[in-house]
Ligand binder design. Sequence first.
Ligand code: PLP
Length: 385
Amino acid sequence: MSRNARPLLNRRLDGLGTTIFAEMSARAVATGSVNLGQGFPDRDGPAAVARAAADAILAGRGNQYPPGPGIPELRTAIAAHDERFYGLRYNPAEEILVTAGATEAIAAAMLALVEPGDEVIAFEPYYDSYAANIAMAGGVRVPVTLRPPDFRPDIDALARAITDRTRLILLNSPHNPTGSVFTRDELAAIAELAVRHDLLVVTDEVYEHLVYDGEHVPIAQFPGLRERTVSVSSAGKTFAFTGWKIGWVKATPELVTAVKTAKQFLTFVSGGPFQYAIAEALALPDSYFSQLRDELKHQRDVLTTGLRDLGFTVNTPQGTYFATADVGSDGLEFCRTLPERAGVVAIPLAVFYDDKQAARTQVRFAFCKRPEVLTEALTRLAKIF
Ligand SMILES: Cc1ncc(COP(=O)(O)O)c(C=O)c1O
């Protein structure tokens, strides 16, 4: 094959599992498996929020290109949300940008802030778009490894990874795929390093409301971080409408302007009517957010208890949609054969690592499914384990 037929991006991503979700979803369909591979809920979010989107469409709100930074109602609602939950203040007029999901926000941030050759430090295992986005910007990814059994960030390893070519730290807490929620002390240490070395931080906090043990602390709260941090979040997980792809960026006007310039030439704008609906969703009472958390916590416990009863060594995740289990053998091989053997789909953790040995026997299961679906998956697994 001509070298030119293998795009640079594919070469840069060699070894990472860019096709694993397509492969596993195909196996799920072919075998009628319970799919605990991909992280999306099997129930939609609140009916009132869905109705707000339908009403917006029928009333002609957002059906034409919305404003580039997002509709003012949504930017105001995002600012109010951050003040309500974290006491963080953003000016909706110039410090908030609405994006096509967190995915576009992260891509635009990398394109805006990373020059070819710049090093970007990220904790591996990485959410799958990070390595691709760093490569698209011509950056060099520098992994700092989260290791089983508990996947805590190694601050000394982070300090050693910083060089004079480091541009930014790409952070994700609550962390997909491990379910780790970085503690206040861990975040303070990361923040201190960012300040000391004058680094930017891009923080992906899409699971901010899905924390079951401990607390979510936005890194922008630490001294010196508000002005050097691009905070990314999204409505997908918080409101269980992952298909709407409404995300956002919060940062200083200078950083938001930089990200907006890249975003403008990716999608320009998106999701007009959904933006109106999410503006309403963000104003839901605290009880909505606590109920969502309680439901997911219950689902987490159903899955982790069930997996433990089957003999797996399970790390209880403090947040997100995901639990990881040590299956005691090669995770990739385990997941490739599991659909045929048991009728269940899971994802090997190794596909999210550059270091293939770091978590070779770990497998990720999603618990953002109804309890009866999780129980069915466990019943199927019990037939072979
Ligand atoms: C860590 C992380 N970041 C970003 C995303 C994507 O968010 P969105 O659907 O808003 O683009 C996901 C979705 O799974 C995720 O797990």
